[in-house]
Design a protein around this ligand. Structure first.
Ligand SMILES: Nc1nc2c(c(=O)[nH]1)N(C=O)[C@@H](CNc1ccc(C(=O)N[C@@H](CCC(=O)O)C(=O)O)cc1)CN2
Ligand SMILES: Nc1ncnc2c1ncn2[C@@H]1O[C@H](COP(=O)(O)OP(=O)(O)OP(=O)(O)O)[C@@H](O)[C@H]1O
Ligand SMILES: [Mg+2]
Length: 217
């Protein structure tokens, strides 16, 4: 990608990490609860039967209550299994929420099944209906800044190539992660919608999607 974009991403990442560090645990908990409620009421979530959920790191919207709800509703749950040092990531089947406690942790302290643990990969089975998207920053047009691994960008491209219908992508964010404009290059896949405290009419339809509002700054 162009050097200018790379530099712009690097400095925005640093700024967003700083902003996230300044959030108290209580504030993260409060906003996570809010976003979780939006998810549970969301039409795309309610109708999805195969869902990919990231297992949150401390500076991300907490997803454990979403994972529990996915199982409660009998949906199939998939979690990321990424290969460090590559851009490769699979979404592999999680059998139960109880299983999480026993999974080994990656270098980033994310629970993840070992590479030699045979599991159903979402795209090898029936594909995915919905992917929850992590990230450091998002803008009102659905542009997304991740942590720089390129894992989700590459995975969404695979979905596009291998699935008949593209999965719906729903980003989960603290309001502090909304940016006026996120720099992107040709490999960056946009998200369909960003959920955060202050976003408009979640679940009211894709057209209402990733619209900016006054929470952007
Ligand atoms: N919860 C969660 N799981 C996920 C992702 C994610 O963003 N969130 N990923 C999304 O791709 C993949 C893992 N990719 C990751 C890429 C970078 C870092 C990370 O912490 N990087 C350091 C800086 C790295 C460096 O420059 O040395 C950091 O952000 O502090 C973590 C996960 C798959 N699983
Ligand atoms: N589909 C792809 N094929 C090959 N390289 C890719 C693809 N998608 C992204 N990349 C490359 O991966 C690197 C990291 O991309 P980028 O900085 O956008 O990561 P990110 O979106 O922050 O990470 P993530 O998607 O894991 O959250 C870049 O060099 C980018 O060009
Ligand atoms: Mg990207």
């Amino acid at each position: 990608m162009a050097a200018a974009v790379r530099g712009a991403k690097r400095s925005l990442r640093a700024e967003l990490k700083q902003r996230l560090r300044a959030l108290s645990d209580e504030e993260r908990r409060r906003q996570s609860l809010f976003v979780t409620q939006q998810v549970l009421a969301h039409s795309h979530y309610q109708k999805a039967s195969r869902v990919a959920v990231f297992l949150s790191m401390p500076d991300e919207v907490r997803t454990e209550d979403i994972v529990l709800d996915v199982f409660r509703r009998g949906k199939a749950c998939f979690i990321p299994r990424y290969r460090p040092g590559s851009r490769h990531m699979d979404m592999v089947r999680l059998a139960s929420p109880q299983e999480l406690a026993g999974l080994p942790r990656t270098a980033w302290n994310i629970p993840q099944p070992p590479e030699d643990d045979p599991r159903e990969e979402a795209l090898a089975g029936g594909g995915l209906d919905l992917i929850f998207m992590p990230g450091l920053g998002f803008d009102g047009s659905g542009r997304r800044l991740g942590r720089g691994g390129g894992y989700y960008d590459a995975y969404l491209r695979r979905c596009r190539e291998q699935q008949a219908a593209r999965p719906y992508t729903l980003a989960l964010a603290f309001r502090e992660q909304l940016c006026p404009q996120v720099p992107v290059d040709e490999d960056d896949e946009p998200v369909d919608e960003v959920l955060y405290e202050g976003c408009r009419a979640p679940g009211a339809g894709a057209a209402a999607g990733a619209q900016p509002d006054t929470a952007s700054e």
